[in-house]
Design a protein. Structure first.
Length: 371
């Protein structure tokens, strides 16, 4: 398995054993709090190409805190998104919310025997997983020889409660899909980050990046250096707070408020009275997340963040990148995982520029096709 990604074959294959990526079509499907996002990526020669994508809104509270509360509503949304996408492929890659996964790097004595390695991983995993192993889906990935122990391997283990995986598989199958890959959202973001790195000086080598995925209800902070996750934190703050303020102030439905935010066609006073205070609060939350990083991981490794990347539906709010850069004094940019790709005919580039930051997880999942 490639570094930085988990695909849940055998060990989690005791979880999702039949799932494995193949070279044919694969749709990345991100089931977020407010929408289903689908992305399909292909190749033209050696160049990646965005073939198609779609964002389909979910009914309110169909998904809450990462849990699928209304299975039928989510399955219906998946069907509508599938019809709009128009892909001939039925195979999909899904992701678990990062907070539903337990993952940790451990040391295992080096061995050439796969069965022996699996046995050792399972034996060690019991120390770190607070549930009986028969209640979880467990997978692992060999990262390579340990830098500190000559005869050991660094191994990343990852586990999740079976019911959390099975709930996502079931809802996808209700919509007519075949689940080929189950990933974790943080790892999907890392996969997409590999595309973002190509836009950066020295392709980001020996530099530290803080990636903020700003969703409807949560901010996910992922700090990365040389392809390795150093830190992950989730904060309860998101774009829905601004949406509700817009609804209250102007008497709009949630859908109308979201459209108004996107088009900036809201009554006079919106920018100064609602948007700017929210942007300032959001920049403050991002600064707070960085302070947590500096006082935990960074203090022991003497690392400073070199770049901030903003993703998620709220990352395109007017002035947010400038506000974050001003508050943190760190170069800040909007994350677009498709910049190094071509686009298939029919994709509206103006719409894509607005949508791209919210498609980070879905694009990372779609890229699993090329593992």
């Amino acid at each position: 398995m490639p570094r930085g990604k988990l695909e849940f074959p055998q060990a989690i294959g005791r979880l999702l054993g039949r799932f494995a990526p193949r070279a044919d079509g694969l749709i990345g499907v991100d089931i977020s709090a407010t929408a289903v996002k689908m992305v399909e990526i292909g190749r033209v020669g050696r160049t990646l190409q965005l073939e198609r994508y779609v964002i389909e809104p979910l009914p309110r509270d169909a998904v809450s805190e990462g849990n699928i509360g209304d299975v039928d509503a989510v399955a219906d949304t998946l069907r509508r998104a599938r019809a709009r996408l128009g892909s001939p492929s039925r195979r999909v890659a899904l992701a678990l919310p990062t907070t539903m996964a337990i993952y940790k790097k451990i040391l295992i004595p080096a061995t050439q025997d796969r069965n022996d390695l699996e046995f050792q991983v399972e034996s060690e995993a019991g120390q770190y997983i607070p549930f009986p192993l028969d209640e979880v889906n467990l997978d692992f990935q060999v990262l390579g020889p340990s830098a500190t122990q000559a005869d050991d391997l660094d191994v990343l283990i990852c586990a999740s409660r079976k019911e959390k995986v099975e709930e996502r598989v079931a809802v996808a199958e209700m919509a007519g899909f075949e689940v080929a890959v189950m990933d974790v959202e943080a790892f999907a973001m890392l996969t997409a980050f590999e595309q973002l790195q190509q836009q950066l000086p020295d392709q980001g080598f020996n530099q530290t990046f803080a990636l903020f995925d700003i969703g409807a209800t949560k901010i996910h902070c992922l700090v990365v250096r040389n392809g390795q996750q150093l830190y992950f934190r989730e904060q309860a703050f998101g774009g829905m707070q601004l949406t509700r303020e817009v609804q209250r102030r102007y008497g709009l439905t949630q859908e109308e408020a979201e459209k108004g935010k996107r088009s900036m066609l809201l009554p006079e006073g919106y920018e100064s009275e609602l948007l700017q205070p929210f942007v300032d609060s959001l920049a403050q939350e991002i600064q707070r997340a960085l302070q947590f990083f500096y006082t935990t991981v960074s203090v022991s490794q003497y690392l400073r963040v070199d770049y901030i990347l903003l993703a998620g539906g709220s990352s395109m709010l007017t002035g947010l990148d400038d506000a974050v850069a001003l508050r943190t004094q760190i170069s800040t940019m909007i994350a677009n995982p498709f910049t190094s790709m071509t686009q298939a005919p029919g994709i509206a580039l103006r719409e894509l520029l607005l949508d791209a930051p919210s498609l980070l997880v879905a694009s990372g999942l779609a890229l699993r096709r090329f593992d």
